[in-house]
Design a binder for this molecule. Structure first.
Ligand code: PMP
Length: 391
């Protein structure tokens, strides 16, 4: 099979919604799709499927510096988040999280705590999107055992949370720590020997694997009651029943392996392209604002507010670029971004924000095209808006 490398027109700058498949993952998935075998069957074909899954588990474990036995494959980060929160809530009856989490954490936490007024604490963030550690410390110390769920990197702004003090505060109060690392895994090095979280969620399609497959890391020895969301044949050591998605898992493994080998080179290259994008846009449109600019951020994410230019009009005026007007996961909902509002942006500013997200296949030429298209679109939309106001 000829595996095409990714060549997008319009310029694809929506890696946080989903990244193009890495060629290594495409080939691995194609190969796995040609094989037959249920990983639970004991005959030759079943053992072949099981060994492909084992390899993928090892590849992911190597990327995360954890043990393969600490990985539970799921359908993605949404399921991994649901699984982690449901199991932990069953034990502690309290989730402490932040106001900028992905809906897969926030909505799950709200649903679990519905009716129990004391079951959920939502910690605020500063204007750069970093969680308020003092507020978190206060909540943890006052309430004790809980699940603390704080994302490693934000999907809308790329802002990275320093989890070391979060883990320290939580563990010293007997609380478990879960992190939604969906946007971080495969983009920057992650070492679970150093980052002492108990639970971590990820999704393959954010780092070049297929959609619909992910994993929950559960650190060995974590006192978490086993509360599977799906009951059945007891797959994944009882954590997640259902015939394993072998091609998906194999693609996840191949993408993890490629990311591990390449990310030391990719991350600085992508950060340079992101800096070029932001530098040029701010130089040509000086009133625009980069959200989370003073916080550590993922290399490939840029959330830019263009005052006076609504994002939906902007994106419609720049069809040469595929970017996002907020989080793709809440696309279709006409509500402004809860992340940007939590960072103190006005509704109007939040509605005038575009998220560009770059990744492994992004080129400088694409970024230059995106800069030109964005600047032209902002000037055009503002002119139209001014004319509308004046008429
Ligand atoms: N968490 C974060 C931070 C995300 O960005 C996403 C995907 N947008 C998810 C969870 C959910 O991932 P999936 O849709 O692959 O389950």
């Amino acid at each position: 099979m000829a595996v095409e490398t990714f060549d997008a027109s319009p310029v694809y700058l929506d890696y946080n919604a989903t990244a193009p498949m890495r060629p290594e993952a495409l080939e691995a998935v194609y190969d796995a799709l040609q094989a037959v075998g249920n990983a639970s069957s004991i005959h030759h074909h079943g053992r072949d499927a099981a060994s492909r899954v084992d390899r993928a588990r090892r590849q992911l474990a190597q990327l995360l510096s954890c043990s393969p036995g600490e990985v539970v494959f799921t359908s993605g980060a949404t399921e991994a988040n649901n699984l982690a929160l449901q199991a932990a809530y069953a034990e502690s009856g309290l989730i402490i999280t932040s106001s900028v989490e992905h809906p897969a954490v926030l909505e799950t936490a709200r649903a679990l705590a519905a009716g129990a007024s004391t079951g959920l604490v939502t910690v605020s963030v500063d204007e750069d999107g970093r969680i308020d550690l003092d507020e978190l410390r206060g909540a943890v110390q006052e309430r004790g055992a809980a699940l603390v769920s704080i994302m490693l990197a934000n999907n809308e702004t790329g802002v990275i949370n320093d989890l070391a003090p979060v883990v320290e505060v939580a563990h010293s109060a007997g609380a478990l720590v879960h992190t939604d690392a969906t946007q971080y895994v495969g983009r920057l090095p992650l070492d679970l020997d150093e980052l002492d979280v108990d639970l971590l969620s990820l999704s393959a399609h954010k780092f070049g694997g297929p959609q619909g497959v992910g994993a929950l890391f559960i650190r060995r020895g974590t006192p978490l009651p086993q509360r599977p969301l799906l009951l059945g044949g007891g797959h994944e050591r009882g954590w997640r029943a259902g015939t394993l998605n072998v091609p998906g898992i194999v693609g996840l493994g191949a993408a993890a392996d490629a990311a591990r080998r390449l990310l030391d080179d990719e991350a600085p290259r992508i950060a340079k392209l992101r800096d070029l994008l932001e530098g040029e846009i701010l130089a040509q449109l000086p009133e625009s604002r980069v959200n989370g600019a003073r916080a550590p951020r993922l290399p490939g994410v840029s959330s830019i507010t263009f005052p006076g230019a609504p994002a939906d009009a902007l994106l419609a005026s720049m069809p040469e670029v595929a970017a996002s007007d907020g989080s793709a996961c809440s696309a279709g909902a006409p509500t402004p971004s809860h992340v940007l509002l939590a960072m103190g942006l006005s509704r109007e500013a939040a509605d005038s924000t575009i998220r560009f997200s770059l990744g492994h296949a992004t080129t400088e030429q694409e970024i230059r095209r995106a800069i030109d298209a964005t600047v032209r679109a902002v000037i055009h939309v503002r002119t139209v808006m001014d004319a509308t106001v004046a008429s």
